[in-house]
Every structure is written in C-alpha cells, then in structure tokens.
Design a protein around this ligand. Structure first.
Ligand code: DGT
Ligand code: CA
Ligand code: CA
Length: 576
C-alpha cells in the first residue's frame, strides 16, 4: 500500500512549504488535508487510480487536481518532483524531528540554519553540547524540553498506533483471503488484543500451499523489504514502518495457534501452568494429554479454555490482570460490544477545527446507524482550534435546531460544546450558554504543566460545579507524543461518582484516553463512561471501535457506558 508513504511525503511537503516565503497559507494546509485523507483511506490509492484514474482520486475529500497529479506521478515514477525540489533546498528529516513535542517546521529550520541540525542524531548532539540554549528564541528551558521530548520518543520506539496497525492488518488479511491460496487468515498478537500500540503484526494462516503464500506475501505492495523468508514463518518490513510475522500452520492446530499467538505472553505463561496442573501440555500446536494425544485437534480457542475449566476469555482481557482467576470462578464481566453503541457524544465541525459541516457529520452518523450524536465544537479559549464565543454558540444551536427538523425521525443531534476548563477550574463560557446545551463536555487544553495538587483542584472544581456532564480525554496525553497531566485520580474519580460526572474514553487512536489501566482503576469507583470518537472529519466516526477495544481492555460492560443507552434514557441521565 502506497497510502502511508504518500501521506508522509505530503506531510513533509507541507512542512517545507511552511518555510517557503512565497507559498500561500493555503498550500501547506492542502497537503496536510490530503495526508490525513490518504492515511485514513481503507482502499489503496493505487487501486483507486487504476480503477478510476485522476477523477477517482479527485473524488476523495481534500484532494484537488494538483495533489491528484502528484499521486499519479508517484504511482508512475516513484517520485514527486515538487517533493524532490523542496527536499534539495531543505535537506532535513522533518518527519523524524516533528515527532518531538514542541518542534514545528519553523523551529526545525532555525536549528538547521544556525546549528546544522538535520536529524534526530544531530539534535541529540546539539543538546548534549548545550548549543541550543545559546540560540535566540530557544534558551535553557527549551533545550531541556527537547531533551525530554527525545526521551519520550525513544521510549515508544518502534511501536505503532493501533489505529494504523489494525487497518494495515485488515488490508493484508483481505489480500491473503482473495489470493486463493489460503483457507483462513487472522490477525493475532497485540493487535487482536487491541493494545494501544503494536510492536509487530502477527498474522496466522491456514494453507495447503505455504511456499506460494510466502511468495505472495513478500511481493505485496505493503512490503518494503523481506527480513526472513521460510515455509512456516516469514517476517517482512512494511511500508508503514512496522514488521509483520506471517505464520502458516496446519489446519488441525489453528485454534491452538490462535490462542498461543494472541498472547499476551504473561497470559499464556499462566495458562500453561494451569494446563500442567491439570495434566496437559499446552503449546502452539495443541493441548496434549498424558499420552501425548492432541485433545484440541481441529478445535477452536473456546474449546481450549473450556477444557482447562475456564470460561472463554476475550482477547482484550488476556493480560494476566486477574482474568484467569475470574474465568475459573465463572465471574468474568460480559464485555461491551461495538454493536451496543447507539450514539457518539463528542465531535467537531467547521464551526471550530473540524473539516466538515455539521450536516456532513450527521449524514455520516446516519450511515453508521447512530441513534443520536452530540455536536461539541470548541469554546473560545482554544484559539488555534478556532473555538467559539458565547454568541457563536447560540448560532450553532440554531443551526442544530434546523438540522433536527430536517432529520427528524432519522437521528437526533444533541447540543453540546467542548468547553475549556480554565486554570482556576471555571469554564470559559457563560452559565446561560452552558444551560442551553443538552450536556456539557469539559476539557483541559491550557496550562497542562501545573503541579499535581493544583491540577487536581482545578479538575475537582469543575466536577463539583455541577455544570459539567462529561470530562473529555481526562489524561490529556497523546500516545508517543505528549505525557499525561499529573493529578490525584482517586480523588477525581471519587468526586466524579458523587457528582455524576462521566469519564470519557476518547476513541481517537492518538488519544485512547482514559487508557485501559485508568479504566480498570476508575471502574472500581462505580462511575460511568462515555466512548466518544472526538471526530474532526466524517471518516473519523469509525474510530469508535478503538474506543470500544480500549473499554474492553478496561473490562467494561455495556451498562457502564452511557452511549449504549437509547435517546430518552440518555436525555434523562443529563437531567432533561
Ligand atoms: P507486541 O508485538 O510487542 O505489540 O506484542 P505481542 O503480544 O504481539 O507479542 P509478540 O509479537 O512478541 O508475540 C505474539 C504472541 O506470541 C504473544 O502475544 C504471545 C506469543 N509468544 C511470543 N513469545 C512467547 C513466549 O516466549 N512464551 C509464550 N508463552 N508466548 C509467547
Ligand atoms: Ca506482535
Ligand atoms: Ca511477532
């Protein structure tokens, strides 16, 4: 798949255009939009181009003639001349450097011009030699922050977001299944467990023609190079910057192999110990009794758990966090399922930093069979996100009223806002504006470096004000990029329980916030959760599954998640 590579090139073109004195403001934006469109496409751009040509490409949101032609050029020649020209002028690794918190194209260029920094390696050296603190506009504080940014990046090295890994795995599986060479192909490992980041993909295949399968895999357009190729296991490096193990197994061992390669390792170790206690040997080939007979031959995973005296454990729970003990006692939670979801309470439109009109978001939600959605654009403190004033919110609500008339019987659009919780714990909108909302989402975006005590008090004040219904992305982290805020979560969850404030599970693959561990902690307080996509464009409404996966990793059941409720019940919950 060229999608990921192209998206990266467009991002870099945008970075470089931002430095071009005679480029308009619109140009870099257009390339960034195109990058987002392409990276979230389900289909390979090559396939779109082959089927429908330039016109097919131009039908994609945010892709005009210039960019469609650039895609064509890349497919045909492997190069984009605009990229080459700019790159000759700015020989800098923007992709690597922009991953560091606090570094945008302009600052990167400054570092290049004054210190010759071209990549991460150079940057690290400049920090060690204390050359950055001497630079005007940087100083000692910046130098230390860049150092921290590099540490964060190193800690996450090589792990790719679930939001990128899962669609890639699905694409590979689709191709394998359509190759005519395989009977079955599934994804296992951390991807199947819906872990927020993935170290490598693990794909399991049944086939009578393993050699041909491996030939087929190594030639796929997703593959950058082959790491090892063998008849039972092949490892390839994918264009998206992730390695992938493909294993071909015997038909009779498929269930056992699926159980084994789904992991986690810790879960498997405990399960194997249990098997030994019961007189069995468990491995990727089967479950063997004392006479070495595979009792799980031709059986599925469910059989293995049952044979060991356990209830079936869903993949998202297999982390050795107490699930095996519960399965023995038949006390496992019945996990929430994506089909339980009825609404989506957090999304943006062009009224703040979203890419689509409210109506486009509504149509997209109808396609997903949502019974209701909540429009929740930003409030005024979020200048960069084009946040709205009190007056603008009133017009926003008028537009929602009109759309509710238009879509009556099809979907209900709820009025909300992602309202900034200021430094002192107050909101940046008037009470009269908040009262016009069906429910209020509070969020922290500014002054995120407060001390733990100050931050806790700020959030507690917002919770106890009784003006807020949902706390958005409570931890405020961006996976691999921005650390979570510091706060006393026990106090916050306790107050949330007392004041009926709902904790969000933001389903955006960069956020997944609350994360699994925090959900496990929060659920003990008996509070409720809302799984929201925080969509900024129509195609992001499908992020719901990542939020549901995270909720399942946090052991949540349907009745702990408010957006599984029908419309009337959810309105009642919000006090209407
Ligand atoms: P990742 O790739 O770091 O995101 O995490 P996983 O869980 O996908 O780990 P990976 O790819 O190393 O291995 C896939 C599965 O194979 C793992 O979840 C469980 C199984 N596995 C791997 N190594 C071992 C092992 O040494 N013992 C046991 N019992 N299982 C293992
Ligand atoms: Ca893996
Ligand atoms: Ca692996």
């Amino acid at each position: 798949m060229y999608n990921a590579k192209l998206a990266e090139m467009f991002e870099e073109i945008a970075d470089m255009l931002e430095l071009e004195p005679n480029a308009t403001k619109f140009e870099p934006l257009a390339y960034r939009r195109a990058a987002i469109t392409i990276s979230s496409l389900q289909e390979d751009v090559v396939d779109i181009y082959k089927k429908e040509g330039i016109d097919g490409l131009m039908k994609l949101p945010g892709i005009g003639k210039t960019i469609a032609n650039a895609i064509k050029e890349y497919i045909e020649t492997g190069k984009i001349s605009k990229y080459e020209t700019l790159k000759a002028k700015y020989p800098i690794d923007f992709l690597g450097l922009t991953k560091i918190q606090g570094l945008g194209p302009k600052r990167i260029y400054k570092l290049y011009v004054s210190l010759g920094v071209k990549n991460l390696e150079d940057l690290r050296k400049a920090i060690t030699e204390h050359r950055i603190r001497m630079l005007p506009g940087f100083g000692e504080k910046s130098e230390k922050e860049l150092e921290k940014g590099i540490e964060l990046l190193e800690a996450s090295k090589g792990r790719v977001l679930l939001g990128e890994a899962l669609p890639e795995a699905e694409d590979l599986i689709k191709k394998l299944l359509s190759s005519g060479l395989v009977d079955k192909a599934v994804v296992c490992g951390s991807t199947r467990r819906m872990k927020e980041t993935v170290g490598d993909l693990d794909i399991l295949v049944i086939s009578e023609k393993p050699l041909e399968v491996m030939d087929y895999v190594t030639k796929l357009s997703n593959v950058e190079h082959v790491i090892v190729k063998g008849p039972t296991k092949t490892t390839v490096w994918l264009n998206i910057g992730l390695s992938c193990d493909v294993r071909v197994v015997e038909k009779g061992s498929f269930g056992s192999a699926m159980q084994y390669f789904t992991g986690s390792k810790e879960h498997n170790i405990k399960l194997r110990e249990l098997a030994i206690k019961k007189g069995y040997k468990l491995n990727e080939y089967g479950l063997f009794d004392s006479s070495d007979k595979n009792v799980a031959l031709n059986q599925d995973e469910h059989f293995i758990y049952e044979k060991l005296g356990l209830d079936y454990i869903e993949p998202e729970m297999r982390e050795d966090r107490g699930e095996i003990e519960l399965a023995i006692e038949h006390r496992l939670p019945k996990l929430i399922d994506i089909s339980d979801i009825r609404g989506d309470l957090h999304m943006h439109s062009k009224h703040s930093d979203g890419a689509n009109e409210i109506e486009e978001m509504v149509l997209s939600a109808i396609k997903l069979n949502r019974e209701y959605i909540g429009m929740s654009d930003h409030s005024k403190t979020e200048h960069v996100a084009n946040g709205m004033s009190d007056e603008e919110f009133l017009k926003y609500f008028d537009e929602i009223d009109k759309l509710n008339d238009k879509f009556e019987g099809k979907i209900r659009i709820l009025k909300s806002g992602e309202v900034d919780i200021l430094k002192d714990g107050s909101f940046d909108l008037r009470d009269s504006t908040l009262e016009k909302m069906d429910y209020v989402i509070g969020a922290i975006h500014t002054n995120t470096n407060m001390s733990k005590e100050e931050m806790t008090n700020r959030i507690l004040k917002a919770i106890t004000s009784n003006k807020m219904n949902i706390l958005a992305h409570p931890m405020g982290r961006l996976i691999n990029e921005r650390k979570p805020i510091e706060a006393d979560w026990d106090k916050i969850f306790e107050a949330a329980k007392d004041h009926n404030v709902i904790m969000e599970i933001d389903a955006h693959p960069k956020r997944l916030d609350l994360n699994d561990e925090m959900i496990l902690k929060a659920r003990k307080y008996g509070i409720k959760f809302s799984i929201d996509t925080d969509s900024h464009r129509t195609d992001e409404l499908s992020f719901m599954r990542f939020g549901v996966g995270t909720a399942r990793r946090g052991w949540l059941e349907k009745d702990q998640v408010i957006n599984t409720l029908p419309l009337d019940k959810i309105l009642k919950l919000f006090g209407h």
